[in-house]
Design a protein around this ligand. Structure first.
Ligand code: DO4
Ligand code: MG
Length: 286
């Protein structure tokens, strides 16, 4: 089952939807559910969604709605250097900081950083940003964990951790500038509820970047390549932190375009995860 936020063609209000069948969005707002947060905190969410799917709610065709990011009120955080490929790419990018990436890959404590406030997260179809003061920019395709306030995984979605490699590579202390700027985080298209970590680890992750008619980069990985268990990442995220609205945690990038590649305005970034769907965003200079 998939949970989404959407607007319908005839009404600009944000609504909560349940996609139980391929192309149909059931309107949960009509059942009195105005915030996804109320659902996410439920103990038996899958059971509740099963019940709602049989409740005869009004339905929209998926083609007729505009999907919004499913991030409603959660902070978005991100884990880094969780794949060997990410460690290697970053060590190549910066002689200066190479040992930091090498060490964190093997350290007990993972790299976890703040990525975005909820109202800054970019929805499917909206433009993600490349910084005007950066010359080497890439998307990072990441499996995203949707986590309740008590630290349980509620579901999975797709994240794009847009990054400026030249700024990060110049000095690791510039990481917040390389990672956190206007439109630097997209999440969507919905939250998949039901599968557990072992299911999600079987999923493939594909990044495709189009420029006009051409695919200028394509690469794949598997979520099973993530070095750390999700429970370990969540345990560190929740240490000495409270998330009354829950949190979204991006789990790191395992596909990195070659060093010769940088995004351009007008490119289109498609991230597909086999158990979830596709998140697609055009690219703009911000
Ligand atoms: O240390 C820099 C960021 C790492 C990251 O974002 C990733 O590995 O996905
Ligand atoms: Mg990343």
């Amino acid at each position: 089952m998939k949970l989404c936020r959407f607007t319908a063609a005839t009404n600009p209000d944000v609504r909560i939807g349940l996609i139980a069948n391929a192309d149909i969005v059931l309107d949960l707002t009509d059942a009195g559910i105005r915030r996804m947060q109320d659902l996410i905190e439920q103990r038996d969410l899958a059971g509740e969604l099963g019940r709602l799917s049989q409740a005869g709610l009004p339905a929209h065709s998926l083609d007729d709605v505009r999907l919004l990011t499913p991030v409603e009120s959660q902070e978005v955080w991100a884990a880094g250097v969780t794949y060997l490929r990410s460690k290697q790419a970053r060590m190549e990018e910066s002689e200066f900081s190479a040992t930091a990436y090498d060490r964190v890959y093997d350290a007990a404590r993972p790299e976890i950083f703040f990525k975005s406030l909820p109202d800054k997260v970019v929805s499917p179809g909206e433009a993600v940003g490349i910084r005007r003061d950066a010359g080497w920019n890439i998307p990072e395709p990441e499996l995203a964990l949707v986590i309740s306030s008590s630290g349980h995984i509620v579901g999975f979605t797709i994240g794009n951790d847009m990054s400026s490699r030249d700024i990060e590579g110049e000095n690791l202390l510039y990481l917040p500038q390389a990672k956190i700027y206007a439109a630097s985080c997209a999440v969507g298209p919905w939250i998949v509820v039901g599968p557990g970590e072992d299911d999600a680890r079987q999923w493939s992750i594909r990044l495709e970047i189009r420029r006009g008619e051409d695919v200028v980069f394509a690469g794949d990985t598997r979520a099973g390549q993530i070095k750390r268990r999700f429970s370990e990442l969540i345990e560190y995220l929740f240490r000495s932190q409270r998330f009354p609205n829950g949190a979204v945690l991006l789990t790191g990038a395992g596909v990195v375009p070659p060093d010769s590649f940088t995004l351009e305005a007008g490119d289109s970034v498609r991230i597909s995860i086999s158990g979830i769907g596709t998140l697609e965003n055009p690219v703009a200079v911000v």
